[in-house]
Design a protein around this ligand. Structure first.
Ligand code: NAD
Length: 336
């Protein structure tokens, strides 16, 4: 069993921990937190060994009546690999801790590409992470774009991708974030950072991205135009994308109007936390004019990177190939 430590137990960390716990070949060695809040209580209730991330705050756990298994250094030493899911920039500070213990680490999309040996998306470059010390699982938006680009590129070749990202202002629990009643071009300059980030996965891809932020917490929405190298038709593209396990083509007769319906459907289907691990692509939106492809996809920012983290663990530790790992992850999560 692969022993996986999780450092940072917030939006991404807790989801990765639960996903790892469901894998037949992995065990959660423990999770590290900075303070004894509701998520610490939930981690203990879930049965995870809880480690204190900061020496100076370790006493707070005891004072709150929460038992810890030790300090994060012990967790790193005991783990075969660590998933760092701390806020952007903190991962970079933690890198020396992982290096000291010779424990490979996965960072998240908020960290810079310079920090790591390779940026990762399971469908696009699984093998590149083999035996790496430091890997970055790319952001939610880059994951969503890469999953879509990979099969299109394999099948038709791509001349250029043009994408407008309508970004949620914050996650549901991020009450301090905005905008509250506004629509922000963000950044105002073009391209947004998303295109260059996709280039960490596909270095030679021509991609232009621009982004706006809106007062929503549910999901991001991408409006996509891909100029393919070869002509095709909408039916063929639908068939191609429907074959991809992490692309969900929303059938027209489901009558899904927007992100609210998608999240409601996920809850109705019993998905943990209402998570949507796949890109949600409106099948009706897939339109082709010659070589020009257009579509809308919604991306659940809190969860699409979760199966990617699970696959990155196997990719780094070289225990499975891409196809086997993705199938195993999907099946353990119920993503089929
Ligand atoms: P979060 O704030 O929800 O969770 C981070 C957790 O780490 C918190 O519990 C925080 O208390 C804890 N923490 C802070 N400092 C720490 C330290 N020194 N050691 C251990 N734990 C510490 O953040 P998040 O949304 O889960 O984001 C984590 C990473 O994932 C970021 O790089 C982010 O860019 C990336 N990411 C976030 C989303 C998203 O939509 N939330 C999507 C994809 C990728």
């Amino acid at each position: 069993m692969l022993q996986v430590g999780i450092n940072g137990y917030g939006t991404i960390g807790k989801r990765v921990a639960d996903a790892v716990a469901r894998q037949p070949d992995m065990v959660v060695e423990g999770v590290a937190k900075t303070r004894p809040n509701f998520e610490a209580e939930a981690a203990v209730t879930a049965g995870y060994d809880l480690y204190a991330a900061l020496e100076e705050r370790a006493d707070q756990f005891t004072a709150a009546g929460i038992e810890t298994a030790g300090m994060v250094e012990e967790l790193v030493a005991e783990s075969d690999i660590v998933v760092d899911a701390t806020p952007s920039g903190i991962g970079a500070q933690n890198k020396s801790l992982y290096a000291e213990h010779d424990t490979p680490a996965l960072f998240q999309g908020g960290e810079s590409d310079d920090l790591v040996d390779v940026s990762f998306n399971a469908r696009s470059n699984f093998e590149a992470a083999a035996d790496a010390d430091f890997v970055r699982v790319v952001s939610c938006n880059t994951t969503g774009l890469s999953r879509l680009i990979a099969p299109l590129r394999d099948e038709y070749g791509i001349d250029r991708v043009r994408t407008t990202l309508v970004r949620r202002g914050g996650d549901p629990a991020q009450s301090g974030r905005g905008p509250i009643n506004d629509i922000l071009p963000e950044p105002k300059t073009l391209p947004s950072h998303h295109g260059p980030d996709v280039n960490t996965i596909f270095p030679d891809l021509a991609i232009d991205t621009l982004a706006l932020k809106v007062p929503a917490t549910l999901m991001h929405m991408h409006s996509i135009n891909v100029t393919l190298e070869h002509e095709t038709d909408a039916g063929a593209v639908r068939e191609l994308l429907a074959d991809e396990s992490r692309l969900w083509l929303i059938a027209a007769d489901l009558d899904v109007d927007g992100a609210g319906d998608i999240k409601e459907f996920a809850l109705d289907m019993g998905r943990p936390r209402g998570d949507v691990w796949e890109n949600a692509i409106w099948a009706e939106s897939i339109s082709v004019e010659g070589r020009e492809l257009y579509l809308f996809q919604a991306i659940h920012q809190e969860s699409d990177v979760v199966p990617e983290n699970v696959d990155a663990i196997r990719a780094v530790l070289e225990t499975e190939d891409a196809e086997t790992s993705m199938a195993r992850t999907n099946s353990a999560l119920g993503l089929e």
